[in-house]
Design a protein around this ligand. Structure first.
Ligand code: ZN
Length: 406
């Protein structure tokens, strides 16, 4: 009936609307009614059901789809949902994927604009802040996933982890916080904002020291530079040792045919590692030159000579480019300060490998990977339920999920 004069409204067209829920898909009749002409209206007709059901899926099901798909493949998510819930067969992989990416798109739309810098205020303001508590360290690294449009190639996915920890005894009620983030760098236009929001959620203060660890990629470093006036940027020791391990393997190969010289050269590589561990960049560069001339006599006899020279020259460039990020690792290690041994790399495994490329044939579009990363990190961070609670206040789920362990 017309809300203004009570006249029964005329049926303009019949219709139906599907609504997907945890208990299956319901098909509801959704007639289109003509507005009464007792008053000027914006439209000639309307569907009353559209005002009641603005989305084709219930928040409960949407939450389950997004959460499961963040943890396992879309196909397995569908299997699990159908196993656990009285869902009928009308739910398919395409719908699960569509719904999950819709959640991700909403998250993206709610992320604020990017800014050149997120350093707020002036040094005089920072002095007035309460003394900072705990320690921040952020590790950033990249992983590769197969490109759907060009299966022979891969593209890079950037992931990171921000950890705020507290001294034992200090602030016993404060629990450490661990947050992951991720994005496809060649697609993302808000990477700084993304990292900033993560740090904000952990209450980073501008007077707080924060250590960033990465493998020295220029764009990644740029991302870190504008976060805090008290940031320390360090070349992740784990990445340095991976490059040294490659050199050692060439050395060990040489031992097979030239035992004495080979051992001597392995010894030189150990000393190079020692120099780098103590942040002695010039010494290390000198040792690389020395190594290069020591192996020259084997240019004809050692089959892997060319690769070795290339590895040495790449290491030299790497060290020269990142010399300002190479601290005295040994001293930091003794002081209990982060130098990163694996925590950066484990983030890649945790966030990317387990969901994106466990099976070789799994391929992704950049957009699909970027969006799924957004629901995946929220799910792993234990934030997804809270976000849904914000969107749908009547949703009957606990906002505090137990975060999934690192
Ligand atoms: Zn009327």
């Amino acid at each position: 009936m017309c809300p203004d004069c009570g006249t029964p409204l005329k049926l303009k067209a019949r219709g139906s609307k599907s609504f997907r829920t945890l208990f299956g898909t319901f098909k509801l009749t959704s007639p289109r009614l003509e507005h009464c002409d007792c008053k000027r209206r914006k439209t000639a007709s309307f569907r009353p059901l559209s005002a009641l059901l603005s989305e084709p899926v219930s928040p409960e099901l949407l939450y389950m789809e997004a959460k499961w798909s963040s943890l396992v493949s879309y196909g397995l998510s569908l299997d699990a949902l159908q196993d656990f819930l009285p869902i009928d067969l009308s739910l398919d992989v395409k719908t699960v994927r569509y719904d999950t990416l819709k959640v991700a798109k909403r998250l993206e739309a709610e992320l604020g604009e990017d800014q050149a810098s997120f350093i707020k205020g002036e040094p005089s303001d920072w002095d007035l802040l309460p003394p900072p508590e705990g320690f921040f360290k952020v590790g950033i690294d990249g992983g590769y996933v197969r490109n759907w449009f060009d299966k022979k190639h891969k593209f890079e996915v950037i992931v990171g982890k921000s950890i705020r920890s507290f001294d034992e005894g200090e602030d016993e009620d404060r629990t450490p916080s661990l947050k992951r983030f991720g994005f496809v760098q060649t697609l993302d236009t808000k990477s700084k904002r993304r990292l900033y929001e993560v740090l904000q959620s952990q209450d980073l203060q501008m007077n707080q020291e924060i250590t960033f660890l990465s493998d020295g990629d220029d764009t990644l470093r740029q991302l870190q530079l504008e976060m805090s006036p008290n940031a320390i940027h360090i070349l992740d020791w784990h990445h340095v040792t991976m490059k040294l391990t490659v050199l050692s393997q060439y050395g060990k190969g040489l031992v097979q045919c030239e035992a004495v010289f080979g051992e001597a050269i392995c010894e030189k590589i150990e000393r190079l590692k020692w120099s780098l561990w103590h942040g002695q960049v010039d010494k290390a560069l000198g040792k690389i030159d020395e190594l290069e001339s020591s192996i020259e006599p084997f240019s004809e006899t050692y089959a892997r000579y060319t690769g070795w020279v290339k590895a040495l020259s790449e290491l030299r460039t790497y060290i020269e480019n990142n010399r300002h990020l190479i601290p005295n690792y040994g001293e930091r290690y003794r002081n209990g300060e982060p130098i990163a041994t694996g925590f950066v790399e484990s983030t890649v495994n945790e966030v990317v490998s387990k969901r994106f490329c466990k099976k070789q044939q799994m391929a992704w579009s950049k957009e699909g990977a970027h969006l799924l990363l957004q629901t995946r990190v929220r799910t792993l961070n234990g934030e997804l339920a809270g976000i849904f609670k914000g969107w749908y206040p009547d949703l009957d789920i606990k906002a505090e999920e137990i975060p999934i362990a690192a």
